[in-house]
Design a protein around this ligand. Structure first.
Ligand code: GDD
Ligand code: MN
Length: 360
């Protein structure tokens, strides 16, 4: 079994020698190749890599001239590799090369993908301040919401992972930005994914290229994946069900108050619960039909969760309306609309992550 390790580089001249040396030490017993994909770095990383390839025959160098993107660089590396196992890691030594051995063990024991993870027990981040940590966690939460398949792991944003080639064979990958792993988790063919805890170290030399452009690329990438995997469609279904609930609510309120002559606030209690019930039933048989655990007990649990999540909707709607109108002078119908939007987001996210959390 041969491993192809793909390392995307941009201005990593200072880190390359130590990286190659360490990988060489760690993998001396193993058949592997190291594919450096450089996007024509101004510091001529590619040139140094080509020189080093003379002493280290496992090094291959690809210099791309007209493109600059981490994720597509990795794909270029995959295309030029011939290992049965693929790995991706950064050049700046933030990913500990020793871990390649543990990851390989995981693959040998049957995992299809092994992720070097910062967010499982034993994992850690050495350098980042609170703000970057928060961004990273928030970006991960967005992935878990918009791409449910990524929920099976705690760190779908990691740039350090290993996989069997068959996971991506004949799969059309089309990523942008930094999160190549997300693309593979969304579209790849796999059953078992494991996370190996890593300590995400301080950058050895130079600085990170992560910037606002890349963060925007991430959002574009995530929305595209969400569309392609039909998760956006699910949100639209959920919104449509919510709309039918309004009619159920008003219809029953009217019937109980006007026809049955019940006091309107008492009627409202029944009509609200009726709409919660009809929303639940429709979402359960339609919106989330692929995400259910079988059995009556599980069904009852979902019903209870759905009701619990609906509970704060009323005070949320009222306080958002009140605040927008009284404090900011927003026209009350517009304030109501803003409230509905927030409640919708709350309902969808909470139900997706809790009531119908199961994926695959
Ligand atoms: N070919 C190529 N083209 N390589 C690039 C480019 C590019 O445009 N931009 C960055 N790289 C290389 C860097 O040289 C480095 O080897 C690796 O990709 C990671 O880049 P960094 O700039 O060091 O990224 P980071 O440390 O901020 O982000 C890392 O951690 C993230 C997790 O929070 C990366 O591993 C990300 O993929 C990961 O999501
Ligand atoms: Mn880095």
């Amino acid at each position: 079994m041969k491993i192809s390790i793909v390392v995307p580089t941009y201005n990593e001249r200072e880190n390359l020698p130590l990286l190659i040396k360490k990988i060489n030490d760690v993998l001396k017993e193993i058949d592997f190749e190291l594919i450096i994909v450089d996007d024509d770095s101004p510091d001529k990383t590619w040139e140094l890599a080509q020189q080093m390839a003379k002493d280290y025959p496992f090094v291959k160098v690809i210099r791309r001239i007209n493109e600059k993107d981490l994720a597509t660089a990795v794909l270029e590396g995959f295309r030029n590799s011939d290992g049965d196992i693929l790995a991706v890691m950064d050049a700046d030594l933030q990913h500990p090369p020793e871990k390649l051995i543990d990851m390989l063990d995981g693959i040998k024991k049957g995992a299809d993908i092994v992720i070097g993870s910062r967010y499982v027990e034993g994992g850690e981040i050495e350098e980042w301040g609170a703000i970057r940590k928060f961004y990273s966690k928030f970006a991960t939460l967005l992935a878990h919401i918009f791409l449910p398949r990524s929920r099976i792991v705690k760190d779908p944003m990691s740039g350090f992972f290993m996989l069997k080639r068959k996971v991506i064979e004949n799969v059309e990958l089309d990523p942008i930005g930094y999160k190549i792993l997300l693309e593979i988790l969304a579209k790849g063919k796999y059953d078992r994914v494991e996370e190996e805890p890593i300590k995400f170290r301080k950058r050895e030399k130079g600085k990170s290229s992560l910037n606002l452009t890349n963060q925007i690329k991430y959002l574009r990438h995530l929305l595209r994946l969400s569309w392609e995997t039909k998760e956006i469609h699910r949100m639209l279904k959920f919104a449509f069900v919510g709309l039918t609930g309004v009619f159920v609510n008003l219809g029953i309120l009217w019937a109980l108050t006007d026809i049955a002559g019940i006091y309107y606030l008492l009627s409202a209690i029944f009509s609200i619960e009726a709409s919660i019930l009809s929303n639940f039933l429709l979402n359960d048989i339609w919106t989330f039909k692929d995400r259910k655990e079988k059995g009556v007990k599980e069904w009852l649990k979902r019903l209870a969760k759905f009701n619990l999540i609906s509970l704060p909707a009323f005070p949320m709607q009222l306080s958002i309306m009140g605040i927008l109108k009284e404090l900011f002078g927003v026209y009350y119908l517009l304030a109501a609309l803003a409230g509905i939007l927030v409640v919708f987001i709350w309902n969808f996210v909470a139900n997706s992550l809790w009531t119908w959390r199961k994926v695959q």
